[in-house]
Design a protein. Structure first.
Length: 345
């Protein structure tokens, strides 16, 4: 008989946890942040472009532009949502696509309104500074970390940095930060802190309300109206949960607009809108956050299949169709089947 082989247990991989400093004051926080930079530094600010991250990046550039030799803001995603395009264009915010530059030419890198595990592109870099308001994730670290999940928006955090340094934001920066706060707090309907309110109050007298209105009013293209009809035709409701799969969409942002619209239906507690974009299933989740947590549900259902996460009221998942069973003809009923078993718990 052959000799029995003893099973050798492989050593478990060490899980890296970010070392988060608890600052005693905003003054100490700002001093520690600025100590990361020297005059000869070339700084790259990386974001997933949305109103909060764009405004925060603009504020960070204002904070350090005179302390370093160069600052560039780069985004990893395509900006397609009309509000975001209007924000960038009307406020003349200098952004470049990450693929258009050489990151190796920058010796310092900053990540705002996100953490490295949130996107595969971010995981390629070692960041010197990470500032965010989402729950802390593992698998990364940085010399300077400022994560405050209790805050409604990173724009509020960046406003505090500016105020601590006694930097009065220009009209365009104030308008951008106001829009970032309004968007990520859902006009203060989501969980936030008194600091978010105070930052909003501080910025309000410095912003241009006409510019803000023009940005906020830009939501839907005429060519996208047909997706509302498709969503309504596909709607299926199960126990105060609304589901609708739209099939192929030109960009995932229309799913967000439709999910937010249907989240206003009085009798509905959960909204799940999905579509196919670049061989991926994109699922937008909305709820009222009362005894519900959209972010945790998204992670539980889709976390092992692709990207998933968010806040109590809003969440998003993106899953390669190859990771799904019977994905060749995905329908609203398919979406229901994936989710319904998780509501039985």
């Amino acid at each position: 008989m052959p000799a029995c082989k003893l099973a050798v247990k492989e050593p478990e991989k060490e899980i890296i946890e970010p070392k988060i400093t608890r600052f005693k004051s905003n003054r100490e926080r700002v001093r520690t942040l600025l100590s990361q930079f020297k005059k000869e530094d070339r700084v790259l600010i990386l974001i997933w472009a949305d109103p909060d991250s764009i405004a925060s990046a603009l504020a960070m550039k204002r904070l350090i532009r005179q302390r370093v030799s160069e600052v560039t803001i780069a985004h990893v995603n395509e900006i397609r949502r009309l509000n975001n395009l209007a924000m960038v264009q009307l406020l003349k915010i200098p952004l470049v696509k990450l693929r258009q530059i050489k990151p190796s030419e920058y010796n310092k890198k900053i990540l705002l309104d996100s953490q490295p595990p949130h996107n595969a592109e971010f995981m390629k870099f070692d960041f010197d500074v990470v500032i965010d308001h989402h729950p802390v994730s593992n698998g990364w670290d940085a010399p300077f970390i400022d994560i405050r999940p209790e805050y409604g928006a990173v724009s509020s955090m960046m406003t505090e940095y500016l105020r601590t340094l006694k930097i009065k934001p220009a009209v365009t920066l104030a308008t951008a930060l106001i829009y970032g706060i309004k968007t990520d707090t859902n006009n203060f309907e989501k969980e936030c802190t008194i600091q978010d309110v105070l930052c909003f109050q501080y910025l309000f007298k410095r912003m241009n309300r006409h510019l803000l209105h023009k940005i906020e009013a830009s939501t839907i293209r005429r060519t996208e109206l047909k997706y509302f009809r498709k969503a309504l035709e596909e709607v299926k409701i199960r126990k105060q949960r609304l589901f609708s799969h739209l099939g192929k969409v030109p960009n995932p942002d229309i799913l967000v607009v439709i999910a937010d619209f249907l989240n206003h239906v009085h009798e509905i507690g959960w909204v799940f809108i999905s579509g196919e974009y670049r061989d991926r299933l994109v699922v937008i989740i909305r709820c009222d956050g009362y005894r519900k947590d959209a972010g945790k549900l998204a992670q539980r259902v889709f976390g092992k299949l692709g990207f998933a996460g968010g806040h109590r009221e809003k969440a998003r998942a993106e899953v390669p169709f190859g990771n799904l069973n019977n994905h060749t003809h995905f329908t609203t009923r398919s979406l229901i089947r994936i989710l319904e078993k998780h509501f039985r718990k």
